[in-house]
Design a protein around this ligand. Structure first.
Ligand SMILES: NC(=O)C1=CN([C@@H]2O[C@H](COP(=O)(O)OP(=O)(O)OC[C@H]3O[C@@H](n4cnc5c(N)ncnc54)[C@H](O)[C@@H]3O)[C@@H](O)[C@H]2O)C=CC1
Ligand SMILES: CC(=O)[C@H](N)C(=O)O
Length: 374
């Protein structure tokens, strides 16, 4: 009974705020009475590992076989050592991925399995990439709700119980038609119209809540559309900006599913992965917020085509609009204001549109050359 009374007093303080002091004292109070978000058995704290800044983190990446996970694992393994970064997914990894470092099966909907992986591998950082993206999410709302929301709850609880540093990406899709679109600041109205966007706003808010309530070291970046050469996108609205390179090289023709003047924020994958590493390594006292916009460039299909045609004048682009993707794109930011990330932890992108196009074309040309040689 006295414990319950203490808890409700702490909860009341949390809701009302304590004048003249930040969230830290509250966090300490909550932790000191061992109040965790999910009922855990007593051995859980025995296995938890405290991460010292001088050690290498032991990282688990969920949903690691998608467009971004393999590249992130490569970057983190170069920095922290091959065996300190575990990729996981529910799909079977290709040979090259399986032989490049630790891989493990993990379904984020299986709470016990997740917990076992975290405990047995002494995980200290969790990068949570599993998700259904905007277009596939609209095609399967029930599954998107389950993976993006129920799965996130499992991740938050595991991370809070085991004192992990947790990274969850959000997206330009976390904004909607009533948000300011040009530019979109960090803090503004967020009323997305997709299950993907709704689940990402939920993730931002839950992560920040767990940070204030339980002291969870939650870090979140809102990514623009990510463009990569050696990995394929998983069913988003910005996918056209990757597909155009494949089709341009293969056939010299591309059919675009968005209107020529649809402007969206975009980023080359190397910038995205470096930003992720940088925000994970940033000292906590530099982070004035826990969710940041990051930006690099912003273009329309027409502008991307023109840049490509500078090197491939024969490229032909036609337009066959997909109404679902177009409606999504029309509700998303056109330009992203990432001034807080630049100010707080020194974010700076390397790739603008010309460098992006050059880098992508170099990759595909080299791949074609190698294929001819072999
Ligand atoms: N690629 C992009 O342009 C952007 C990505 N993001 C976010 O970054 C993260 C990674 O994105 P991508 O790699 O592009 O996604 P993706 O769709 O390519 O990959 C997602 C992965 O999650 C896995 N997955 C699905 N259900 C699962 C489950 N129950 N348990 C474990 N894994 C499961 C899938 O097998 C897949 O490999 C996502 O959270 C996404 O929302 C945010 C903004 C832009
Ligand atoms: C911007 C994203 O989050 C993703 N690429 C999508 O288009 O759904």
């Amino acid at each position: 009974m006295p414990v319950i009374r203490t808890l409700s007093k702490v909860a009341k303080q949390a809701l009302m705020g304590t004048p003249g002091c930040g969230c830290q004292p509250l966090t300490v109070a909550v932790r000191s009475i061992s109040f965790s978000p999910r009922q855990v058995t007593s051995d859980a704290s025995f296995h938890s590992v405290s991460f010292s800044e001088t050690d290498h983190p032991k990282v688990l990446i969920t949903g690691g076989l998608g467009q971004l996970g393999v590249g992130l694992a490569k970057l983190l393994r170069m920095r922290y050592g091959k065996n300190n970064v575990i990729l996981s997914d529910i799909r079977k990894p290709p040979n090259s991925v399986f032989h490049s470092g630790p891989f493990i099966y993990s379904d984020i909907l299986d709470y016990k399995n997740l917990r076992e992986i975290v405990v047995n591998n002494r995980i200290t950082w969790l990068v949570h990439y599993s998700a259904l993206l905007s277009a596939v999410g609209e095609a399967n709302v029930a599954l998107a709700r389950s993976v993006n929301i129920t799965g996130l709850h499992n991740i938050l609880d595991i991370a809070a119980e085991h004192g992990l540093r947790l990274f969850v990406p959000s997206t330009i899709g976390a904004f909607g038609p009533t948000s300011p679109r040009n530019p979109t600041p960090d803090l503004c109205v967020q009323r997305p119209r997709t299950i993907y966007g709704v689940s990402k706003v939920h993730a931002e808010l839950m992560g920040e809540y767990y940070h204030h309530r339980y002291g969870l070291d939650f870090r979140c970046l809102r990514y623009p559309g990510i463009i990569s050469a050696d990995s394929t996108p998983g069913g988003g609205t910005t996918d056209y900006a990757v597909q155009i390179f494949h089709d341009a090289i293969k056939t010299g023709k591309f059919e675009c599913n968005l209107k020529p003047d649809t402007r969206l924020p975009m980023m080359y994958i190397d910038d995205c992965l470096r930003a992720t590493l940088e925000v994970m390594e940033a000292p906590a006292d530099t982070l004035s917020m826990r969710t940041y916009n990051i930006n690099a460039m912003s273009f329309t299909p027409e502008e991307l085509t023109r840049e490509l045609q500078k090197q491939m004048p024969e490229l032909e682009v036609s337009y066959e609009i997909d109404p679902v993707r177009q409606a999504i794109a029309d509700s998303w930011p056109m330009n992203f204001d990432d001034s807080n990330a630049r100010k707080d932890w020194g974010w700076k992108h390397d790739y603008d549109l010309p460098e992006l196009v050059q880098t992508m074309l170099n990759y595909f040309r080299e791949e074609t050359r190698m294929a001819r040689v072999n």
